[in-house]
Design a protein around this ligand. Structure first.
Ligand code: HEM
Length: 204
């Protein structure tokens, strides 16, 4: 089943590589000590590469956003209210128990349903909440003069910093769980292979 168009595959590989660069350079900045010694790539280099990677990530996010708005791929991200919570529970139950007992996927992949309910929900949270907050708070750190000075007596810049670091952390956790769940296809590597070739291999 051809499910991953070329533009999504190019966006995704770029996004994943940039994320890895952002995590390494972000951690390098966070764990620089008072003598300016960084434990990984060095503070000045980390700042430079973090900014460059963030600019490219922002541009690639715009491509993802517009691509999903104007191509058929956007339909896979639409949530229907009926059975929303029960479908999430069904999928959660499958990940927690069902798959260990050899049960069948409760929501097998079809041309109309590329993602299972839990996958869809986490992709929407990551791409339409986490990423915009990460990008906007990153821009405020790059141009601190646009930050709101004071929010309920706390520095706007500090709150923005906490937001940026929290989003970076949560999206990094998302990435780790995402990579794990991508091993749960027909074979451990079939979903990764699908993202390279564009074709999903069904286990039916
Ligand atoms: C090394 C890191 C990564 C690997 C190996 C990886 C792997 C994969 C694979 C195999 C798929 C296809 C399976 C599926 O249908 O879900 C996929 C889809 C996806 N991944 Fe990743 N991923 C990585 C990082 C990320 C990051 C950092 C994000 C976002 C912050 C992300 C967001 C997505 C989204 C939104 C899709 C669905 C795209 C679509 O078909 O519309 N991934 N990923």
């Amino acid at each position: 089943m051809y499910l991953y168009p070329k533009w999504i595959r190019i966006w995704h590989v770029l996004n994943a590589l940039l994320f890895i660069i952002l995590i390494v350079t972000g951690l390098s900045m966070q764990y620089t000590d008072m003598e300016n010694n960084s434990y990984t790539v060095g503070f000045a280099k980390a700042v430079k590469w973090h900014n460059v990677a963030a600019m490219i990530l922002t541009a690639s996010y715009v491509v993802f956003f517009i691509g999903n708005l104007f191509t058929g791929n956007g339909k896979f991200y639409r949530i229907r209210k009926e059975h929303f919570w029960s479908d999430l529970m069904k999928q959660g139950r499958y990940y927690a128990f069902g798959m260990f007992k050899g049960e069948k996927h409760p929501f097998p992949v079809t041309k109309e349903r590329k993602f299972n309910p839990l996958q869809k929900f986490t992709y929407i949270l990551a791409m339409y909440l986490g990423m915009p907050l990460l990008i906007i708070s990153g821009f405020v750190l790059l141009f601190p003069e646009i930050a709101i000075n004071n929010i309920f007596g706390i520095s706007g810049l500090v709150l923005n910093d906490v937001l940026h670091i929290s989003m970076g952390f949560l999206l990094s956790v998302f990435m780790i769980i995402h990579i794990y769940t991508c091993t749960l296809g027909a074979r451990p590597f079939s979903l990764f292979w699908g993202m390279i070739t564009g074709y999903h291999r069904s286990d039916e």
